[in-house]
Design a protein around this ligand. Structure first.
Ligand code: PLP
Length: 302
């Protein structure tokens, strides 16, 4: 079901109404930032964390966000979920918050001195269960031909300029895979097009380790990634953030992706070759179950 409404700058509008001027810099230049999160039963998950990251992304592009962004967005989400019929006990929504620099009727890249009022948009979609194959068989990832530079300050900003990510997704589709994995310019693992990567393996001391590319590997610091790093202790896993190679992925026992809306998804093949036993592993499945319980509000880990 497609959304019937959108929230824009303080009002609910029909989803198919023209609500933005073509002069909005978000439309013209991808000059904006966004966040996507999950809301179960009308309750947004980790809203504070998402809005903190949104403020950092906006600050990186020198976009002025209102001081009361948090209360504006919380009210907007409430109103929109009600309008979309997603606020009830069975409601399960993916919520996107977009803030663009706003309309500017001149030309050029340099943000105008007069600081247009930013455009704030909230959208919501009903969350569908992932395709059975994603959970039962797991995802096949292929490396993207786009390499990421760890020194690029934009890596950690969630901007609406997503053409690298769209390009990589199209590459994956062309290769018959489910998603693409970015590598850094030095050949280390980075992240997928909209998720962070984890591998599970036995380390030299014989303990089971949960390893993930560090923040120095050109990744977005995912909110779900942070949660998983805290969760690991409860699952008896030792955490290691660092540099990982494609060999680490090929030789892992398990691998998974993490993101706010899709949650935890098993990765069972990389570039045509199976990872571990080539089926979703037990720690991956536990991570998924525990994260879903947390989103439902039924889990102790905060
Ligand atoms: C490039 C990228 N990496 C990682 C993530 C995961 O972040 P989060 O767990 O906050 O959803 C996302 C989320 O959309 C993303 O776009």
């Amino acid at each position: 079901m497609t959304p019937a409404h959108v929230w824009i700058d303080g009002r609910i509008a029909p989803a198919d109404e023209a609500v933005l001027t073509a002069f909005d810099r978000g439309f013209q230049l991808g000059d904006g930032v966004f966040e996507t999160l999950r809301a179960r039963a009308g309750r947004p998950t980790e809203l504070a964390e998402h809005l903190a990251r949104m403020r950092q992304s906006a600050a990186g592009l020198a976009i002025d966000v209102p001081d009361d962004l948090e209360s504006i967005v919380a009210e907007a989400i409430d109103e929109l979920l009600m309008a979309e019929g997603l606020a009830g006990p069975d409601g399960d929504a993916s919520v996107r918050i977009t803030v663009s620099r706003g309309p500017f009727f001149g030309r050029g890249l340099l943000p105008p001195d007069e600081h247009p009022a930013p455009t704030i948009v909230v959208q919501a979609w009903r969350v569908r269960r992932p395709p059975a194959a994603h959970l039962e068989v797991g995802l096949h990832l292929v490396p993207s031909s786009i390499r990421r530079d760890p020194e690029n300050p934009l890596n950690a900003l969630k901007t609406t300029s997503r053409s690298d990510y769209v390009y990589a997704r199209v590459e994956a589709r062309t290769a018959g895979a489910d998603d693409a994995l970015f590598l850094t310019i030095d050949g280390y693992l980075s992240e997928a097009t909209s998720a962070n990567l984890f591998v599970v393996r036995r380390n030299d001391e014989g303990s089971i380790e949960l390893a993930t590319p560090s923040l120095a590997c050109a990744i977005l610091p995912g909110t779900t990634r942070s949660w998983i790093l805290r969760w690991a202790a409860t699952a008896g896993l030792e955490v290691r953030e660092g540099l990982l190679t494609t060999r680490d992925l090929h030789e892992a026992d398990e691998a998974f992706l993490s993101s706010s809306v899709a949650g935890i998804l098993p990765v069972t093949r990389f570039d045509g070759a199976p990872i571990g036993a080539g089926i979703p592993g037990p720690r991956t499945l536990r991570a998924r179950a525990d994260r879903e319980a947390f989103i439902r509000g039924a889990e102790a880990i905060r």
